[in-house]
Design a protein around this ligand. Sequence first.
Ligand code: SAM
Length: 248
Amino acid sequence: AGTLYVVATPIGNLADLSDRARSVLAGVDIIACEDTRHTQKLLQHLGLRKVLLSVHDHNESERIQQVLEHLQQGRSMALVSDAGTPLISDPGFRLVQALSEHSHKVVPVPGASAIITALSAAGLPTDRFTFEGFLPHKRGAREEKIRALVNDPRTLVFYESKHRIVETLAVMQAEFGADRPAVLARELTKTFETFYRGTLASVSAAIQVDADQQKGEFVVMVAGHDNPPTAGEIDTDTLFKLLLAELP
Ligand code: SAM
């Protein structure tokens, strides 16, 4: 059985690539990546020339067979995504699942991920958090998803793009309330890295005053509900109403 190394790459600052990631990439025969042009740039920076195989959401199933063949023939492989840790809001889950089922070794080579990077400097509780990734694009579905999280006591973490950041913060304000503590992390590890800390209202206002602040990549972190209604309370109340309705 062969080995697939799942290698995290930087989310902005190239110096964040670990020595281990560098030597694993240098040592493998083939690198499976999301976008070959993007990965080619990273390899150029590292002075490496490698055979690349593109694996993205639309061809992952077909590629699995090819990767299995390469590994069976004794070739070693790495999986990288455009930025950060593969599989985290990035392709690779089906590939890793298939390889594990075929008894191939899957070895993680950890490094940057925007979610952990953002949480590590936000100053929101991190004892419990929930990663929600990207919200649905359609407004209705997005509102519904947010509404389902309103009573969650854990810190909520979302990924968002520059195209929807203003609208997403507006929907969050409406559903979670303007005063809910929130932190927005923009352009992590890059030149214009900025943390906006405050409430959903203040964070939203801060990026709206200047269109430049809406550029780049974002991690949105929202504090959990500080006093969520417990299941018991809801049940008694509902039960009481139901019983009342049944009285003659
Ligand atoms: N696999 C990546 C990881 O481990 O973080 C995430 C890939 S996902 C397709 C891209 C999203 O991650 C962006 O839209 C943004 O929400 C977040 N992200 C990635 N790099 C970031 C950065 N440097 N600053 C802020 N957010 C970032």
